[in-house]
Design a protein around this ligand. Structure first.
Ligand SMILES: Cc1ncc(COP(=O)(O)O)c(C=O)c1O
Length: 410
């Protein structure tokens, strides 16, 4: 029998068909238990093969009951790109990009949402709701469409129209809310309670979506011939992605499939860095006043769920990693460099870990020969106008060679 346990009071609950949110005993964050018995049931051959058909390939390590058709869209199986030019520019010996922008809806959120939607259906959900800065909402809209379940998505008022359009096209009901990500999140909790809808938000609100993030670790280990990189950098708002990646590597370690564990680096934007601030000052996490950054996906003040930040700090420390902040200029130049030097188009938030790799190197933390993986969490296709003035206003010419030459010279 699957079970979940509270990370605060350690009470254990059977996985009895409840779509668990926070701990029913103390309100702490729940985590799915990985028992020796569960690991014994895993077929290593499954982990050794790629999963282009979607992450239900890793079902033995995900919190789903018996045979059950997943609403899969081929999520996961994303490329690991060797970034030799970026490595040279940053002075790092070996740098790789896990390009999560290649997921079906353009971000890593397809992994946690695929698990959340499948689990919610297994638990008998009537309707799904999430609060989102854009990408999780797009994922929910697509997976709910695939599953044939109604979905509501709450986004902050200033969410880019490309994100809102993507969500609406999949048939989800999208509502813009005057407030930041934290206020939107807290409204989502209230709505789910009032209408008995299942809240599939991808913070640490529920233990289930985080499990989908473990699949990044299974893929990375396979793509790196069963070795762990020394460093994995991840953009962090609430932080379940690096938490899930380390959990996945721990499972592989217990299964004897990797010999060591990576150091995790949580990268935040200077304009919204509640976790980095608490980490550096060795103080409890406090909500961030007014988030102000181009990295909208991680502009999360953690207001009302500061404990998410404590979990991330604990995870980072246990892994021997660190938490760092990068400013908007560093984020935008990382996004442009990624596009020009490596051909990888990332949204600003998606490039945060790359900016973080440069900052990590500058602090002297990357040793010669260290393998570094930056997780590029979201595609730039939804954000091209914000990324480049050239994209917004390219020259327009008459169809003659002279005009073309003139445009090139200009
Ligand atoms: C592209 C991208 N990267 C990273 C994150 C951070 O996710 P989390 O808030 O789960 O830490 C988000 C969240 O929406 C995102 O959209």
């Amino acid at each position: 029998m699957l079970s979940v346990s509270c990370t605060s009071c350690h009470t254990r609950f059977d996985d009895d068909g409840t779509y668990y949110a926070l701990c029913p005993a103390c309100g702490g964050v729940l985590d799915v238990d990985v028992t020796a018995e569960r690991l014994r049931a895993v077929d290593p051959a499954v982990l050794r093969t790629a999963a282009p058909e979607g992450i239900d390939h890793y079902r033995d390590l995900l919190p789903l009951g018996g045979p059950f058709p997943w609403p899969s869209l081929g999520e996961g199986n994303t490329p690991l790109v060797h970034a030799e030019r970026l490595a040279e520019a940053f002075g790092i010996d070996d740098l790789w990009l896990k390009n999560e922008g290649q997921n079906p809806t353009g971000s890593f959120k397809d992994r946690p949402i695929a698990v959340a939607v499948a689990k919610a259906i297994e638990c008998g959900a009537r309707a799904l709701v999430t609060s989102s800065s854009g990408n999780a909402g797009a994922s929910l809209a697509a997976y709910a469409a695939r599953a044939g379940v109604p979905a509501w998505v709450l986004v902050p008022e200033r969410t880019p129209s490309q994100n809102v359009g993507q969500i609406a096209l999949h048939g989800a009901r999208v509502v813009k809310v005057r407030g930041d990500v934290g206020e939107v999140f807290n409204l989502g909790l209230e709505i789910a309670r009032a209408f008995a809808w299942t809240n599939v938000s991808t913070t640490f609100l529920s233990p289930f979506p985080t499990e989908g993030n473990k699949t990044v670790a299974y893929e990375l280990a396979r793509q790196r011939a069963w070795t762990s990189p020394e460093w994995i950098l991840v953009p962090v708002g609430a932080g379940p992605l690096p938490y899930g990646i380390l959990k996945g590597f721990r499972e592989l370690h217990e299964l004897g499939m990797v010999a060591s564990l990576p150091r995790m680096v949580a990268v935040q934007a200077e304009g919204c860095a509640p976790i980095v601030r608490a980490y550096q000052q060795r103080r409890p996490v406090e909500a961030w006043g007014a988030p102000q950054t181009v990295a909208k996906g991680i502009a999360d003040p953690l207001r009302g769920y500061e404990h998410d930040g404590e979990l991330v700090i604990d995870m980072v420390r246990r892994s021997g990693g660190t938490a760092i902040a990068v400013d908007d200029d560093e984020i935008m130049s990382a996004a442009r460099l990624l596009a020009r030097a490596e051909g990888v188009l990332a949204e600003p938030t998606g490039a945060v870990a790359v900016a973080g790799a440069k900052a990590l190197q500058r602090r002297g933390l990357v040793r010669p020969g260290d393998h570094v993986v930056a997780v590029v969490t979201g595609s730039g296709l939804k954000h091209v106008e914000g990324l480049s003035a050239d994209a917004a206003d390219p020259p327009t010419i008459d169809p003659t060679l002279e005009r073309f030459v003139a445009a090139v010279e200009a």
